[in-house]
Design a protein around this ligand. Structure first.
Ligand code: FES
Length: 119
């Protein structure tokens, strides 16, 4: 069931919507969002409704708690996966991607000259 977001960013005290913004991209789409907002708040205000999908059912997920508890807001930020977007402030030029399904695990780098125990 799709619903319209009820999330709205209030203008700073005394301002009438003329706040400073930064440029970011989300899944390749260029966005201008309020400087100082969390990534989650900025994306919600821009109308983004799917931040990730679940690894099991593929259901769409979006921020819920906005305080680092629920992990529903996980996204990839500047190439780093599993970032809690509600805990990261937007920055100029930030590249954000939604997380679809399970993340890939990468083998840890081996130290030169060492062999791995493959038992
Ligand atoms: S919205 Fe719950 S951890 Fe980010």
């Amino acid at each position: 069931m799709a619903t319209d977001s009820l999330f709205k960013v209030l203008p700073p005290d005394g301002a009438q919507g003329n706040a400073a913004t930064v440029a970011i991209t989300f899944d390749g789409q260029a966005l201008r969002v309020p400087r100082g907002a969390s990534v989650a708040a900025a994306l919600l205000a821009a109308g983004v409704q799917r931040f990730r999908t679940t690894p099991v059912s593929g259901a769409s997920r979006a921020p819920f708690c906005m305080m680092g508890v629920c992990f529903e807001c996980l996204v990839e930020i500047d190439g780093v996966a599993n970032r809690q977007s509600c805990l990261v402030a937007v920055a100029e030029g930030m590249t954000i991607r939604s997380q679809l399904g399970m993340r890939e695990l990468h083998e840890p780098a081996t130290v030169a000259g060492e062999t791995r125990d493959e038992r």
